[in-house]
Design a protein. Structure first.
Ligand code: GLC
Ligand code: CA
Length: 541
Protein backbone atom coordinates (compact mmCIF):
# COMPACT_ATOMS: atom_id res chain seq x y z
CA UNK A 1 0.00 0.00 0.00
CA UNK A 2 1.42 3.38 -0.99
CA UNK A 3 0.89 6.38 1.25
CA UNK A 4 1.05 10.01 0.29
CA UNK A 5 3.90 11.87 1.99
CA UNK A 6 1.61 14.74 2.97
CA UNK A 7 -0.66 12.28 4.74
CA UNK A 8 2.15 10.73 6.76
CA UNK A 9 2.34 11.56 10.46
CA UNK A 10 5.60 12.75 11.99
CA UNK A 11 6.27 9.32 13.51
CA UNK A 12 5.96 7.72 10.08
CA UNK A 13 8.24 10.21 8.30
CA UNK A 14 10.95 10.55 10.93
CA UNK A 15 14.01 8.55 11.68
CA UNK A 16 13.97 7.94 15.45
CA UNK A 17 17.43 8.40 16.95
CA UNK A 18 17.98 6.85 20.36
CA UNK A 19 20.14 8.76 22.81
CA UNK A 20 21.45 7.05 25.92
CA UNK A 21 21.80 10.23 28.00
CA UNK A 22 24.66 8.97 30.18
CA UNK A 23 26.79 8.40 27.10
CA UNK A 24 26.01 11.11 24.57
CA UNK A 25 27.64 14.35 25.72
CA UNK A 26 28.80 15.62 29.12
CA UNK A 27 28.39 19.39 29.45
CA UNK A 28 29.35 19.86 33.12
CA UNK A 29 32.50 17.75 33.24
CA UNK A 30 31.57 14.96 35.65
CA UNK A 31 32.13 12.12 33.19
CA UNK A 32 28.42 11.43 32.72
CA UNK A 33 26.32 12.71 29.83
CA UNK A 34 23.51 15.17 30.60
CA UNK A 35 20.64 17.17 29.11
CA UNK A 36 22.75 20.27 28.44
CA UNK A 37 25.17 18.04 26.57
CA UNK A 38 22.33 16.84 24.36
CA UNK A 39 21.19 20.42 23.74
CA UNK A 40 24.70 21.34 22.60
CA UNK A 41 24.66 18.52 20.07
CA UNK A 42 21.23 19.06 18.55
CA UNK A 43 22.68 20.74 15.47
CA UNK A 44 24.60 17.56 14.74
CA UNK A 45 21.28 15.72 14.58
CA UNK A 46 19.42 18.33 12.60
CA UNK A 47 20.58 21.85 11.78
CA UNK A 48 18.18 22.20 8.88
CA UNK A 49 20.94 22.04 6.25
CA UNK A 50 20.98 19.21 3.71
CA UNK A 51 24.21 17.88 5.14
CA UNK A 52 23.12 17.18 8.71
CA UNK A 53 21.54 13.87 9.62
CA UNK A 54 18.12 15.51 9.53
CA UNK A 55 16.83 13.45 12.46
CA UNK A 56 13.09 13.94 12.99
CA UNK A 57 12.75 12.51 16.51
CA UNK A 58 14.97 11.60 19.42
CA UNK A 59 14.17 9.00 22.04
CA UNK A 60 15.87 9.58 25.37
CA UNK A 61 16.52 6.64 27.66
CA UNK A 62 15.50 7.52 31.25
CA UNK A 63 16.77 10.73 32.86
CA UNK A 64 14.44 10.52 35.91
CA UNK A 65 15.69 10.63 39.51
CA UNK A 66 17.11 7.20 40.11
CA UNK A 67 19.56 5.34 42.33
CA UNK A 68 20.84 3.89 39.01
CA UNK A 69 20.64 0.24 40.00
CA UNK A 70 19.69 -0.32 36.34
CA UNK A 71 21.00 3.01 35.04
CA UNK A 72 17.74 4.89 35.20
CA UNK A 73 15.31 2.03 34.49
CA UNK A 74 14.76 2.11 38.26
CA UNK A 75 12.72 5.30 38.51
CA UNK A 76 12.36 7.05 41.87
CA UNK A 77 10.09 9.84 40.58
CA UNK A 78 8.26 9.81 37.26
CA UNK A 79 7.88 13.59 37.17
CA UNK A 80 11.37 14.99 37.62
CA UNK A 81 14.92 14.95 36.28
CA UNK A 82 17.87 13.40 38.13
CA UNK A 83 20.30 16.17 39.18
CA UNK A 84 23.01 14.13 37.45
CA UNK A 85 21.28 14.90 34.13
CA UNK A 86 20.05 18.42 34.93
CA UNK A 87 16.75 20.00 35.92
CA UNK A 88 13.21 20.31 34.64
CA UNK A 89 14.26 23.70 33.26
CA UNK A 90 16.98 21.98 31.25
CA UNK A 91 14.39 19.54 29.99
CA UNK A 92 12.06 22.37 28.94
CA UNK A 93 14.98 24.01 27.14
CA UNK A 94 15.73 20.72 25.38
CA UNK A 95 12.14 20.47 24.19
CA UNK A 96 12.20 24.07 22.91
CA UNK A 97 15.55 23.72 21.18
CA UNK A 98 14.62 20.39 19.63
CA UNK A 99 11.27 21.63 18.38
CA UNK A 100 12.98 24.69 16.87
CA UNK A 101 14.96 22.27 14.73
CA UNK A 102 11.98 20.14 13.81
CA UNK A 103 13.00 17.34 16.17
CA UNK A 104 10.23 15.61 18.14
CA UNK A 105 10.92 14.40 21.69
CA UNK A 106 10.16 10.83 22.72
CA UNK A 107 10.93 9.87 26.30
CA UNK A 108 11.22 6.55 28.05
CA UNK A 109 8.25 5.54 30.18
CA UNK A 110 8.92 2.72 32.64
CA UNK A 111 5.50 1.44 33.67
CA UNK A 112 6.30 -2.07 34.90
CA UNK A 113 8.43 -1.24 37.91
CA UNK A 114 9.74 1.63 40.01
CA UNK A 115 12.89 1.99 42.04
CA UNK A 116 12.78 0.52 45.53
CA UNK A 117 13.51 4.11 46.62
CA UNK A 118 10.33 5.47 45.01
CA UNK A 119 8.14 6.96 47.75
CA UNK A 120 5.29 4.68 46.68
CA UNK A 121 7.39 1.61 47.41
CA UNK A 122 8.76 3.02 50.67
CA UNK A 123 5.15 3.42 51.79
CA UNK A 124 4.11 0.07 50.40
CA UNK A 125 6.80 -1.84 52.23
CA UNK A 126 6.27 0.03 55.52
CA UNK A 127 3.35 -2.14 56.68
CA UNK A 128 0.85 -4.68 55.42
CA UNK A 129 -2.02 -2.26 55.93
CA UNK A 130 -0.43 0.76 54.32
CA UNK A 131 -2.80 2.23 51.69
CA UNK A 132 -0.10 1.68 49.06
CA UNK A 133 0.56 -1.95 50.03
CA UNK A 134 -1.45 -3.16 47.05
CA UNK A 135 0.37 -0.81 44.63
CA UNK A 136 3.06 -3.49 44.36
CA UNK A 137 2.90 -7.27 44.15
CA UNK A 138 3.30 -8.78 47.61
CA UNK A 139 2.70 -12.43 48.39
CA UNK A 140 3.26 -14.85 51.24
CA UNK A 141 6.07 -17.36 51.08
CA UNK A 142 5.23 -20.98 50.31
CA UNK A 143 4.91 -23.11 53.47
CA UNK A 144 8.61 -24.04 53.20
CA UNK A 145 9.58 -20.37 53.08
CA UNK A 146 10.44 -20.36 49.37
CA UNK A 147 9.18 -17.71 46.88
CA UNK A 148 5.48 -17.65 45.90
CA UNK A 149 6.14 -19.06 42.42
CA UNK A 150 9.00 -20.22 40.20
CA UNK A 151 9.47 -17.12 38.06
CA UNK A 152 13.02 -16.01 37.37
CA UNK A 153 14.43 -12.52 37.03
CA UNK A 154 15.81 -11.41 33.64
CA UNK A 155 18.95 -10.46 35.51
CA UNK A 156 19.44 -13.73 37.38
CA UNK A 157 17.95 -15.33 40.48
CA UNK A 158 14.28 -15.55 41.46
CA UNK A 159 11.76 -12.81 40.60
CA UNK A 160 10.97 -12.42 44.30
CA UNK A 161 12.73 -10.92 47.29
CA UNK A 162 11.66 -11.50 50.88
CA UNK A 163 11.16 -8.37 52.96
CA UNK A 164 11.59 -9.33 56.62
CA UNK A 165 9.97 -6.14 57.95
CA UNK A 166 6.50 -7.26 56.85
CA UNK A 167 7.22 -10.95 56.26
CA UNK A 168 6.23 -11.18 52.58
CA UNK A 169 7.91 -11.42 49.22
CA UNK A 170 7.65 -8.69 46.54
CA UNK A 171 7.97 -9.32 42.84
CA UNK A 172 10.71 -7.95 40.58
CA UNK A 173 11.44 -9.44 37.17
CA UNK A 174 14.60 -7.33 36.93
CA UNK A 175 16.93 -6.46 39.81
CA UNK A 176 15.54 -6.50 43.33
CA UNK A 177 15.78 -2.70 43.35
CA UNK A 178 13.01 -2.68 40.67
CA UNK A 179 9.79 -3.77 42.46
CA UNK A 180 6.87 -4.32 40.08
CA UNK A 181 3.80 -2.13 40.15
CA UNK A 182 0.39 -3.74 40.41
CA UNK A 183 -1.43 -2.43 37.33
CA UNK A 184 -4.58 -4.29 38.38
CA UNK A 185 -5.00 -1.61 41.04
CA UNK A 186 -6.99 1.37 39.64
CA UNK A 187 -5.02 3.86 41.76
CA UNK A 188 -1.79 2.67 40.15
CA UNK A 189 -3.33 3.02 36.71
CA UNK A 190 -4.48 6.56 37.46
CA UNK A 191 -1.13 7.63 38.88
CA UNK A 192 0.77 6.14 35.95
CA UNK A 193 -1.49 7.71 33.33
CA UNK A 194 -1.04 11.06 35.06
CA UNK A 195 2.71 10.77 34.59
CA UNK A 196 2.09 10.66 30.83
CA UNK A 197 0.01 13.85 31.05
CA UNK A 198 2.72 15.57 33.08
CA UNK A 199 5.19 15.18 30.22
CA UNK A 200 2.75 15.80 27.38
CA UNK A 201 1.93 19.15 29.00
CA UNK A 202 5.64 19.93 28.84
CA UNK A 203 5.64 19.26 25.11
CA UNK A 204 6.73 15.63 24.92
CA UNK A 205 5.63 14.11 21.61
CA UNK A 206 5.83 10.42 22.36
CA UNK A 207 6.81 7.65 24.74
CA UNK A 208 8.90 4.54 24.38
CA UNK A 209 7.29 2.17 26.86
CA UNK A 210 9.67 -0.12 28.65
CA UNK A 211 8.68 -3.84 28.76
CA UNK A 212 5.06 -2.79 28.45
CA UNK A 213 3.93 -6.36 27.71
CA UNK A 214 4.84 -7.26 31.30
CA UNK A 215 2.58 -4.85 33.17
CA UNK A 216 -0.21 -7.40 33.61
CA UNK A 217 0.66 -10.83 34.96
CA UNK A 218 -1.42 -13.96 35.32
CA UNK A 219 -4.07 -13.30 37.94
CA UNK A 220 -3.12 -16.42 39.90
CA UNK A 221 0.62 -16.00 39.32
CA UNK A 222 0.92 -19.62 38.21
CA UNK A 223 4.34 -21.25 37.77
CA UNK A 224 5.89 -20.97 34.33
CA UNK A 225 6.62 -24.33 32.68
CA UNK A 226 10.23 -25.28 32.00
CA UNK A 227 11.57 -24.59 28.50
CA UNK A 228 12.55 -27.97 27.02
CA UNK A 229 14.84 -26.20 24.52
CA UNK A 230 16.72 -24.12 27.06
CA UNK A 231 20.45 -23.85 26.51
CA UNK A 232 22.05 -26.42 28.87
CA UNK A 233 25.04 -24.16 29.53
CA UNK A 234 23.21 -21.30 31.17
CA UNK A 235 24.68 -19.85 34.36
CA UNK A 236 23.06 -21.62 37.35
CA UNK A 237 21.30 -18.45 38.51
CA UNK A 238 19.66 -17.84 35.12
CA UNK A 239 16.27 -19.27 36.08
CA UNK A 240 14.58 -16.94 33.62
CA UNK A 241 16.02 -18.47 30.47
CA UNK A 242 15.07 -21.96 31.63
CA UNK A 243 11.35 -21.20 31.50
CA UNK A 244 8.62 -20.58 28.96
CA UNK A 245 7.15 -17.17 29.69
CA UNK A 246 3.51 -18.13 29.65
CA UNK A 247 2.23 -16.44 32.78
CA UNK A 248 4.54 -13.48 33.41
CA UNK A 249 4.08 -11.56 30.15
CA UNK A 250 1.80 -10.91 27.19
CA UNK A 251 -1.46 -11.77 28.99
CA UNK A 252 -4.62 -11.11 27.00
CA UNK A 253 -5.77 -8.61 29.63
CA UNK A 254 -2.75 -6.36 29.02
CA UNK A 255 -4.48 -4.98 25.95
CA UNK A 256 -7.10 -3.25 28.09
CA UNK A 257 -4.32 -1.36 29.84
CA UNK A 258 -2.61 -0.45 26.60
CA UNK A 259 -5.87 0.91 25.27
CA UNK A 260 -6.11 3.09 28.38
CA UNK A 261 -2.56 4.31 27.79
CA UNK A 262 -3.39 5.12 24.16
CA UNK A 263 -6.59 6.91 25.13
CA UNK A 264 -4.48 9.07 27.44
CA UNK A 265 -2.04 9.87 24.63
CA UNK A 266 -5.00 10.82 22.45
CA UNK A 267 -6.04 13.50 24.95
CA UNK A 268 -3.25 15.51 23.31
CA UNK A 269 -2.86 15.96 19.57
CA UNK A 270 -0.50 13.82 17.52
CA UNK A 271 1.29 11.89 20.30
CA UNK A 272 2.94 8.57 19.58
CA UNK A 273 3.20 5.38 21.64
CA UNK A 274 6.10 3.02 21.03
CA UNK A 275 6.27 -0.25 22.93
CA UNK A 276 9.16 -2.51 23.82
CA UNK A 277 7.48 -5.78 22.91
CA UNK A 278 8.66 -9.27 22.25
CA UNK A 279 7.00 -12.52 21.33
CA UNK A 280 5.80 -14.31 18.23
CA UNK A 281 4.49 -12.29 15.28
CA UNK A 282 0.82 -13.24 15.69
CA UNK A 283 0.76 -12.03 19.29
CA UNK A 284 2.99 -9.02 18.63
CA UNK A 285 0.69 -7.53 15.95
CA UNK A 286 -2.11 -7.41 18.51
CA UNK A 287 -0.32 -4.48 20.17
CA UNK A 288 -1.38 -2.26 17.27
CA UNK A 289 -4.92 -2.78 18.57
CA UNK A 290 -7.85 -4.30 16.76
CA UNK A 291 -8.68 -0.95 15.18
CA UNK A 292 -5.40 0.81 15.66
CA UNK A 293 -6.41 1.78 19.19
CA UNK A 294 -3.25 0.58 20.96
CA UNK A 295 0.33 1.51 20.01
CA UNK A 296 1.33 3.19 16.76
CA UNK A 297 4.72 1.50 16.87
CA UNK A 298 5.17 -1.77 18.75
CA UNK A 299 8.93 -2.09 18.35
CA UNK A 300 9.91 -4.74 15.82
CA UNK A 301 13.29 -6.21 16.79
CA UNK A 302 13.23 -9.18 14.48
CA UNK A 303 15.66 -7.89 11.85
CA UNK A 304 18.25 -7.77 14.59
CA UNK A 305 18.00 -11.49 15.17
CA UNK A 306 18.14 -12.63 11.56
CA UNK A 307 21.28 -14.38 10.43
CA UNK A 308 23.35 -12.33 7.98
CA UNK A 309 21.55 -13.59 4.90
CA UNK A 310 19.54 -11.98 2.13
CA UNK A 311 16.96 -14.77 2.26
CA UNK A 312 16.46 -14.55 6.01
CA UNK A 313 16.08 -10.77 5.94
CA UNK A 314 13.62 -10.91 3.06
CA UNK A 315 11.66 -13.73 4.68
CA UNK A 316 11.24 -11.67 7.83
CA UNK A 317 10.16 -8.51 6.01
CA UNK A 318 7.71 -10.36 3.79
CA UNK A 319 6.26 -12.23 6.74
CA UNK A 320 5.85 -9.03 8.71
CA UNK A 321 4.32 -7.11 5.81
CA UNK A 322 1.81 -9.93 5.42
CA UNK A 323 1.00 -10.07 9.15
CA UNK A 324 0.21 -6.36 9.51
CA UNK A 325 -3.40 -5.22 9.40
CA UNK A 326 -3.95 -2.53 6.76
CA UNK A 327 -3.96 0.36 9.25
CA UNK A 328 -0.69 -0.68 10.88
CA UNK A 329 2.60 1.02 10.08
CA UNK A 330 5.76 -1.12 10.11
CA UNK A 331 8.93 -0.28 12.00
CA UNK A 332 12.39 -1.72 12.35
CA UNK A 333 15.13 -1.56 14.95
CA UNK A 334 18.75 -2.63 14.42
CA UNK A 335 20.33 -1.62 17.69
CA UNK A 336 19.71 -0.20 21.15
CA UNK A 337 21.19 0.09 24.63
CA UNK A 338 20.53 -3.59 25.44
CA UNK A 339 22.14 -5.18 22.36
CA UNK A 340 25.58 -5.68 20.99
CA UNK A 341 26.54 -3.03 18.45
CA UNK A 342 25.20 -3.45 14.94
CA UNK A 343 28.68 -3.34 13.32
CA UNK A 344 29.84 -6.07 15.72
CA UNK A 345 26.77 -8.25 15.33
CA UNK A 346 26.83 -8.31 11.55
CA UNK A 347 30.58 -8.76 11.29
CA UNK A 348 32.12 -5.45 10.28
CA UNK A 349 31.97 -2.01 8.76
CA UNK A 350 30.91 -3.07 5.26
CA UNK A 351 28.00 -5.03 6.72
CA UNK A 352 27.09 -2.07 8.93
CA UNK A 353 26.68 0.13 5.85
CA UNK A 354 24.58 -2.45 4.05
CA UNK A 355 22.39 -3.00 7.13
CA UNK A 356 21.92 0.77 7.40
CA UNK A 357 20.78 0.93 3.79
CA UNK A 358 18.30 -1.86 4.46
CA UNK A 359 16.94 -0.21 7.62
CA UNK A 360 16.48 3.20 6.00
CA UNK A 361 14.88 2.00 2.79
CA UNK A 362 12.33 -0.51 4.04
CA UNK A 363 8.72 0.59 4.43
CA UNK A 364 8.25 1.88 7.97
CA UNK A 365 9.86 3.90 10.72
CA UNK A 366 13.52 3.14 11.41
CA UNK A 367 14.94 3.50 14.92
CA UNK A 368 18.70 3.99 15.04
CA UNK A 369 21.05 3.93 18.00
CA UNK A 370 23.53 6.72 18.71
CA UNK A 371 26.94 6.08 17.19
CA UNK A 372 25.77 3.48 14.69
CA UNK A 373 26.16 6.23 12.08
CA UNK A 374 29.90 6.16 12.87
CA UNK A 375 30.03 2.39 12.70
CA UNK A 376 30.77 2.22 16.44
CA UNK A 377 31.63 -1.33 17.49
CA UNK A 378 31.33 -3.02 20.88
CA UNK A 379 33.53 -1.31 23.42
CA UNK A 380 36.14 -3.36 25.26
CA UNK A 381 35.05 -3.74 28.89
CA UNK A 382 37.47 -5.26 31.38
CA UNK A 383 36.14 -7.23 34.35
CA UNK A 384 36.69 -4.39 36.81
CA UNK A 385 34.87 -1.97 34.48
CA UNK A 386 31.56 -3.84 34.31
CA UNK A 387 28.72 -1.59 35.47
CA UNK A 388 25.59 -3.20 34.06
CA UNK A 389 23.69 -5.40 36.57
CA UNK A 390 23.09 -7.96 33.81
CA UNK A 391 26.86 -8.28 33.34
CA UNK A 392 27.49 -8.33 37.08
CA UNK A 393 24.91 -11.08 37.73
CA UNK A 394 25.08 -13.22 34.61
CA UNK A 395 28.69 -12.89 33.47
CA UNK A 396 30.81 -10.39 31.57
CA UNK A 397 29.82 -11.85 28.20
CA UNK A 398 26.27 -10.66 28.87
CA UNK A 399 27.20 -7.13 29.90
CA UNK A 400 25.40 -4.37 28.02
CA UNK A 401 28.16 -1.89 28.81
CA UNK A 402 29.73 -2.76 25.45
CA UNK A 403 27.09 -0.78 23.56
CA UNK A 404 26.92 2.10 26.04
CA UNK A 405 30.43 3.54 25.63
CA UNK A 406 30.71 7.31 25.11
CA UNK A 407 29.74 8.86 21.81
CA UNK A 408 32.85 9.64 19.77
CA UNK A 409 32.82 13.30 18.76
CA UNK A 410 36.45 14.03 17.96
CA UNK A 411 40.05 12.90 18.46
CA UNK A 412 40.74 14.90 21.63
CA UNK A 413 41.00 13.23 25.05
CA UNK A 414 37.88 11.24 25.92
CA UNK A 415 36.64 11.60 22.35
CA UNK A 416 35.24 15.07 23.02
CA UNK A 417 32.54 13.43 25.15
CA UNK A 418 33.80 14.83 28.43
CA UNK A 419 36.71 16.75 29.92
CA UNK A 420 37.26 14.04 32.54
CA UNK A 421 37.40 10.26 32.51
CA UNK A 422 33.94 9.02 31.52
CA UNK A 423 31.79 6.52 33.44
CA UNK A 424 32.59 3.86 30.83
CA UNK A 425 35.83 3.74 28.84
CA UNK A 426 35.94 5.42 25.44
CA UNK A 427 36.42 2.89 22.66
CA UNK A 428 39.98 2.42 21.50
CA UNK A 429 39.17 3.41 17.92
CA UNK A 430 37.96 6.92 18.83
CA UNK A 431 40.89 8.76 17.23
CA UNK A 432 39.82 7.67 13.78
CA UNK A 433 36.18 6.77 14.35
CA UNK A 434 34.60 10.06 15.34
CA UNK A 435 32.28 12.74 14.01
CA UNK A 436 34.99 15.34 13.32
CA UNK A 437 37.27 13.04 11.32
CA UNK A 438 34.50 11.23 9.44
CA UNK A 439 32.91 14.55 8.50
CA UNK A 440 36.00 15.42 6.45
CA UNK A 441 36.00 12.08 4.60
CA UNK A 442 33.56 11.98 1.69
CA UNK A 443 33.43 8.18 1.72
CA UNK A 444 33.20 7.63 5.48
CA UNK A 445 30.30 5.73 6.99
CA UNK A 446 29.06 9.02 8.49
CA UNK A 447 29.06 10.67 5.05
CA UNK A 448 27.23 7.62 3.75
CA UNK A 449 24.59 7.86 6.49
CA UNK A 450 24.10 11.60 5.94
CA UNK A 451 23.50 10.93 2.28
CA UNK A 452 21.19 8.04 3.04
CA UNK A 453 19.07 10.05 5.50
CA UNK A 454 18.80 12.89 2.99
CA UNK A 455 17.78 10.51 0.25
CA UNK A 456 15.08 9.02 2.47
CA UNK A 457 13.59 12.30 3.60
CA UNK A 458 13.44 13.67 0.05
CA UNK A 459 11.92 10.57 -1.50
CA UNK A 460 8.15 10.05 -1.30
CA UNK A 461 8.71 6.48 -2.49
CA UNK A 462 11.11 5.65 0.36
CA UNK A 463 8.98 7.44 2.95
CA UNK A 464 5.54 6.22 2.07
CA UNK A 465 5.75 4.07 -1.05
CA UNK A 466 4.68 0.48 -1.42
CA UNK A 467 7.15 -2.37 -0.88
CA UNK A 468 7.59 -5.27 -3.30
CA UNK A 469 10.42 -7.80 -3.15
CA UNK A 470 11.94 -9.15 -6.39
CA UNK A 471 12.91 -12.75 -6.90
CA UNK A 472 16.64 -12.79 -7.57
CA UNK A 473 19.25 -15.49 -7.23
CA UNK A 474 21.88 -15.84 -4.53
CA UNK A 475 22.66 -13.60 -1.62
CA UNK A 476 20.91 -10.58 -3.11
CA UNK A 477 17.93 -8.87 -1.51
CA UNK A 478 16.18 -6.56 -3.97
CA UNK A 479 12.95 -4.60 -3.59
CA UNK A 480 11.01 -1.81 -5.18
CA UNK A 481 9.54 1.14 -3.30
CA UNK A 482 6.98 3.04 -5.29
CA UNK A 483 4.45 5.87 -5.11
CA UNK A 484 2.57 7.69 -7.82
CA UNK A 485 5.31 9.39 -9.74
CA UNK A 486 8.38 7.93 -8.05
CA UNK A 487 10.08 4.61 -7.92
CA UNK A 488 13.26 3.40 -6.22
CA UNK A 489 14.92 0.04 -6.55
CA UNK A 490 17.10 -1.20 -3.69
CA UNK A 491 19.63 -3.96 -4.38
CA UNK A 492 21.72 -5.34 -1.52
CA UNK A 493 24.51 -7.90 -1.83
CA UNK A 494 24.84 -9.80 1.45
CA UNK A 495 27.70 -11.97 0.16
CA UNK A 496 31.39 -11.53 0.91
CA UNK A 497 31.95 -12.07 -2.83
CA UNK A 498 31.08 -9.92 -5.82
CA UNK A 499 27.88 -10.78 -7.65
CA UNK A 500 26.27 -10.12 -10.98
CA UNK A 501 22.48 -10.04 -11.14
CA UNK A 502 19.69 -9.44 -13.54
CA UNK A 503 16.77 -7.49 -12.08
CA UNK A 504 13.59 -8.87 -13.63
CA UNK A 505 11.52 -6.16 -15.28
CA UNK A 506 14.21 -3.47 -15.28
CA UNK A 507 16.53 -2.40 -18.11
CA UNK A 508 18.62 0.40 -16.66
CA UNK A 509 18.81 2.74 -13.70
CA UNK A 510 20.81 5.47 -12.07
CA UNK A 511 22.65 5.00 -8.77
CA UNK A 512 21.18 7.43 -6.23
CA UNK A 513 23.41 6.01 -3.51
CA UNK A 514 26.04 3.30 -3.26
CA UNK A 515 27.23 1.94 0.10
CA UNK A 516 30.85 2.37 -1.02
CA UNK A 517 30.14 6.04 -1.92
CA UNK A 518 32.12 5.91 -5.17
CA UNK A 519 29.45 5.15 -7.77
CA UNK A 520 26.78 7.70 -6.88
CA UNK A 521 25.25 9.14 -10.03
CA UNK A 522 26.41 6.30 -12.33
CA UNK A 523 24.05 4.84 -14.92
CA UNK A 524 23.90 1.06 -14.74
CA UNK A 525 22.61 -1.85 -16.81
CA UNK A 526 20.09 -3.73 -14.69
CA UNK A 527 20.27 -6.74 -16.99
CA UNK A 528 23.72 -7.41 -15.58
CA UNK A 529 24.30 -5.32 -12.50
CA UNK A 530 27.70 -5.88 -10.90
CA UNK A 531 27.96 -5.58 -7.14
CA UNK A 532 31.09 -5.80 -5.01
CA UNK A 533 31.18 -7.67 -1.69
CA UNK A 534 28.56 -6.24 0.69
CA UNK A 535 27.67 -3.56 -1.81
CA UNK A 536 24.24 -2.01 -1.91
CA UNK A 537 22.52 0.46 -4.20
CA UNK A 538 19.50 2.65 -4.10
CA UNK A 539 18.62 3.17 -7.76
CA UNK A 540 16.33 5.53 -9.59
CA UNK A 541 14.36 3.44 -12.05
C1 GLC B 1 14.11 -2.86 29.15
C2 GLC B 1 15.22 -1.86 28.98
C3 GLC B 1 16.42 -2.35 29.72
C4 GLC B 1 16.08 -2.45 31.19
C5 GLC B 1 14.83 -3.32 31.40
C6 GLC B 1 14.26 -3.11 32.76
O1 GLC B 1 14.38 -4.07 28.54
O2 GLC B 1 15.46 -1.63 27.61
O3 GLC B 1 17.54 -1.52 29.54
O4 GLC B 1 17.16 -2.99 31.89
O5 GLC B 1 13.80 -3.02 30.49
O6 GLC B 1 13.68 -1.84 32.85
CA1 CA C 1 27.52 15.55 33.23
Amino acid sequence: MAQDRQALRWWQRSVVYQIYPRSFADANGDGIGDLQGIIQKLDYLNDGTPNSLGIGAIWLSPFYPSPMADFGYDVADYCDVDPMFGTLDDFDELVREAHKRGIKIIIDYVPNHTSDKHKWFLESRSSRDNPKRDWYIWRDAKPDGSPPNNWGSFFGGPAWTFDPATGQYYMHQFVKEQPELNWRNPEVQAAMLDALRFWMKRGVDGFRMDVVGLIIKDKELRDNPPDPDANPNLPPNDLFSRQLHIYNQDQDEVHEMIKAIRATLDEYPDRCGIGELWGPMDRWVRYYGENGDELQLPFNFRLMYQPWSAKAMRAHVDEMEAALPSFAWPNYVLGNHDQIRLATRFGGQAQARLAGMLLLTLRGTPTVYYGDELGMENGKILPHQVQDPQGINLGIERTRDVCRTPMQWDATAYAGFSSVEPWLPVSEDYQTRNVAVQSTQPQSILSFYRHLYRLRRNSPALLGGSYRALDVEGEIYAYVRETDGERKLVVLNFAAQPARVSLPGFASGKVALCTHMDRNGESVDLGKLELRAYEGFVLEV
